[in-house]
Write a protein that binds this ligand. Structure first.
Ligand SMILES: Nc1ncnc2c1ncn2[C@@H]1O[C@H](COP(=O)(O)OP(=O)(O)O)[C@@H](O)[C@H]1O
Ligand SMILES: Cc1ncc(COP(=O)(O)O)c(N)n1
Length: 274
């Protein structure tokens, strides 16, 4: 059996809702063989991040090299990278192996407010990592930090997307989870020429822990399977919508999303029709 492979370079969430755990669950659900390079261990649950223990950049690079020497991934995503040394090491490895299907989720702050990226590392992200990306997936606050723009209107989103494209991202996906102005959760994709909107009904829920990780992992899985960026995003939007809608109600804070929901719905449709 031939299977496509995806690598996540990200932090561990002990609570299982975000980070490397969300990525691997998403890869598995989407039929892609998942591999990981761990950048940090977080002590984390639905109430927040209690502690962060970063790996050395050397340890992160060693994991990526082991994968690169044997298990060439069809697509790669990065999540929490924590500091400049890790970003620079990861960027060097991605460039060395000439990996092209690279999705960068520029994780900065956890939903509870804990910092998952040191401020001094932002310039390294812009200089070394973003130019290697096929897709970058900032949420609105991350897009503001990376571009220095304030994002309030649709035009602001477009300006930010153009600026990130100028920095070197081939495709820019500005996620709309933080824009609570309407009844929709609308994400904007810019491919350097055109803008595309991906719209879904906004769900009223506190269980949105790991939405960004899950969404970018689903895009990565699509690229690993050979989908175009547009089709990978379309599929990822359906995956995250199902995962938020059929929430699991775990923990007392921001609970995780439901990584089974997308496939369970597909199965229901096959059994009962729709
Ligand atoms: N309440 C919600 N209802 C529906 N979709 C949502 C909701 N919150 C976030 N999303 C979607 O989840 C994905 C991740 O977005 P976002 O939450 O902005 O990322 P992050 O977790 O990085 O802050 C996007 O596709 C966004 O539109
Ligand atoms: C290890 C780790 N990585 C990423 C996130 C961001 O989570 P979210 O997807 O909710 O922004 C997190 N909370 N923990």
């Amino acid at each position: 059996m031939k299977v496509n492979k995806a690598l996540t370079i990200a932090g561990s969430d002990s609570g299982g809702g975000a980070g490397i755990q969300a990525d691997l669950k998403t890869f598995q659900e989407l039929g892609v063989f998942g591999m990981s390079a761990l950048t940090a261990v977080t002590a984390q649950n639905t109430k927040g991040v209690q502690d962060v223990y970063p790996m050395s950049a050397e340890a992160v690079v060693a994991q990526i090299t082991s994968i690169g020497e044997d298990l060439a991934p069809d697509a790669v995503k990065t999540g929490m990278l924590f500091n400049a040394e890790i970003i620079e090491g990861v960027s060097r490895e991605i460039a060395r192996y000439k990996w092209r299907n690279v999705v960068i989720d520029p994780v900065m702050i956890a939903k509870g407010g804990a910092s998952l990226l040191q401020k001094e590392a932002i310039s390294s992200m812009k200089e070394y990592l973003i130019p290697l990306s096929m897709v970058i997936t900032p949420n609105i606050p991350e897009a503001e930090v990376l571009t220095g723009l304030t994002i309030k209107t649709d035009q602001d989103k477009k300006d930010a997307a153009r600026k990130l494209h100028d920095i070197g991202a081939r495709n820019v996906m500005i996620k709309g989870g933080h824009d609570e102005s309407g009844n929709d959760a609308t994400d904007l994709l810019f491919n350097g020429q055109n803008f595309y909107e991906f719209r879904s009904k906004r769900i009223q829920t506190v269980n949105t822990h790991g939405t960004g990780c899950t969404f970018s992992a689903a895009i990565t899985a699509g690229l690993a399977e050979g989908l175009t960026v547009l089709n990978a995003v379309e599929c990822a939007k359906k995956f995250i919508q199902a995962a938020i809608e059929d929430d699991l109600q775990l923990g007392s804070g921001h609970g995780p999303t439901n990584h089974w929901a997308y496939n369970r719905r597909k199965k229901e449709t096959l059994v009962h029709g729709s």
